[in-house]
Design a protein around this ligand. Structure first.
Ligand SMILES: [Zn+2]
Length: 296
């Protein structure tokens, strides 16, 4: 897991970072009751030994920091923002210019949607609200008493409504659109990528005759098989004739190697640049299945 979130400004609070390692499974939303830079300087006073949040997002009252996200602590280290959740949660403080009844502005919302989606992706966490502190997902500071021993309303009803109606659905949409490498909303497991099915090349049935034998017009050669004298030979010739007919050739499927079959064999061998002998040996046999069809 990358300790720094992509797209976020890394703003360490001090060179020394003695906070214990954690494996975050919840992202907790807060409101600052303050400004982005003011909150940062307050966090900096005590470095990592005091209170701090993992992330912060600026708002309209922060000037050029409107919609800018800071990261103050590594994802894999504890940040002390919400009591019992510190050991398993990352936190994001949302600037409100000192007034938590102010709604999040457009740039702040956009930055928070991106941050939330990216965080879910990087930490492999479902993009959905937790309903129990043991779950994996998203939460807000006043959601559970053990996260909020002071009993305050952070992040307040106005901002909570925006988190529910805009931020979380927005992050879910981002994750859906960046498939397939991300989690689907509501899933604990990443989507497994299934390679497309490999289409095997066409296979020809085995050539039915012994090596050195062929199908051809009747002739007094023991290696020649015409189908006129043996039912077994007719089966093989029928198979080849049927395949040639399926490829579009005018050929009667009768199991007998007569002049019509020979003509088709000649033409096919010429077309496919095979040895042109008017006989069906193993190569001409297999080409009936493996050679591309070019005749219309
Ligand atoms: Zn809070």
């Amino acid at each position: 897991m990358e300790p720094l979130l992509p797209g976020v400004l890394w703003r360490p609070l001090s060179p020394d970072n003695d906070e214990p390692p954690i494996s975050p499974r919840i992202l907790v939303f807060h409101t600052m009751v303050g400004y982005l830079l003011g909150t940062e300087s307050w966090f900096r006073r005590d470095g990592y030994s005091g209170t701090e949040s993992t992330f912060g997002v600026g708002g309209e009252w922060d000037g050029q920091y409107d919609g800018v996200a800071f990261q103050w602590q590594r994802i894999d280290r504890q940040a002390d923002a919400q009591y019992a959740a510190n050991g398993y949660a990352n936190s994001v403080e949302l600037s409100d210019g000192g007034d938590p009844t102010r709604p999040l502005g457009a740039r702040q919302l956009a930055a928070l949607i991106t941050l939330t989606a990216t965080w879910c992706q990087v930490t492999n966490t479902p993009c959905q609200w937790v309903t129990d502190p043991d779950h994996h997902g998203l939460g807000f500071h006043s959601q559970f008493p053990e996260w909020n021993t002071a009993g305050h309303a952070c992040p307040g009803p106005v901002r909570l409504q925006q988190l529910r109606d805009i931020v979380v659905p927005g992050a879910q949409q981002v994750l859906r659109e960046s498939a397939p490498t991300v989690l689907p909303p509501g899933s604990l497991e990443p989507v497994a990528w299934t390679p497309p099915a490999v289409v095997p090349p066409p296979a020809a049935p085995a050539f039915p005759l012994p090596a050195g034998h062929w199908y051809g017009l009747p002739e007094p050669n023991v290696r020649n098989h015409s189908g006129f004298f043996s039912a077994t030979d007719r089966t093989g010739i029928q198979t080849w004739q049927a395949q040639m007919r399926a490829r579009g050739w005018s050929i009667t499927v009768d199991g007998r190697f007569g002049p019509q079959t020979e003509d088709v064999c000649w033409s096919f061998q010429q077309e496919k640049r095979l040895v042109v002998d008017g006989r069906v040996g193993p190569i001409t046999w297999a080409a009936a299945w493996t050679a591309p069809v070019t005749r219309s």
